[in-house]
Design a binder for this molecule. Structure first.
Ligand SMILES: [Zn+2]
Ligand SMILES: [Zn+2]
Length: 196
């Protein structure tokens, strides 16, 4: 059975943003007793069965890797040998797309001051820009950026592409730069940071 983004989103919704993060942390944390890990696995497996998917139960299975390999029913708005793009399952703006690299890179902290990474992020941005230009030419403002850990919801980097306004308006708080706390980083700023 295919994993759909809707299923994932529902599971994420059930856990809540914060709880989901602490839940995934349990699996990674070596200090957590095996018994507790087992309990989490049982919950995860029960959820997975509930949603009719086995993939969710497997540790290390990355939903965005599956989307990038077209192993899900998520419609792709763009795909090439480096990136794919699709609609955010929980759109927060007039248009809200995600562009992800096919290669699994966990978070923006894994991006280095290297031409390869710079070119990748640059390409992700231009794909996002082209899509928004095509699909939301009436929008007066576009925004592009990434969540920085611990504010990222899925551990596979994804560029959020917005054609504003945010809908509803308060949604902008989820995509705000939080200064020293990290939060959301604009693609332009990230590019400056990793410019070799
Ligand atoms: Zn991945
Ligand atoms: Zn995100």
């Amino acid at each position: 059975m295919m994993v759909t983004l809707r299923m994932m989103s529902h599971i994420e919704f059930k856990f809540g943003w914060k709880k989901w993060r602490s839940a995934t942390k349990v699996i990674c944390d070596r200090n957590v007793p095996t018994k507790l890990k087992g309990k989490f696995y049982r919950t995860a497996i029960r959820l997975a069965m509930l949603y009719g998917t086995r993939a969710m139960a497997g540790a290390g299975s990355c939903l965005f890797c599956q989307i990038a390999r077209s192993a899900t029913s998520t419609p792709l708005l763009h795909s090439d040998d480096k990136v794919v793009a699709f609609q955010d399952i929980n759109p927060a703006a007039l248009r809200h797309y995600l562009v992800i690299p096919i290669e699994h890179i966990s978070t923006v902290k894994d991006l280095q001051r290297r031409k390869e990474h710079y070119d990748l992020v640059n390409h992700m941005s231009s794909v996002g820009q082209d899509l928004l230009n095509r699909d939301a030419p009436e929008s007066k403002q576009y925004r592009f950026g990434f969540h920085q850990p611990p504010f990222n919801s899925v551990n596979h980097i994804h560029l959020h592409c917005f054609a504003l306004p945010f809908i509803p308006r308060w949604k902008h708080v989820k995509y705000m730069p939080l200064g020293p706390f990290g939060g959301f980083i604009e693609a332009e700023k990230l590019l400056q940071k990793i410019n070799p």
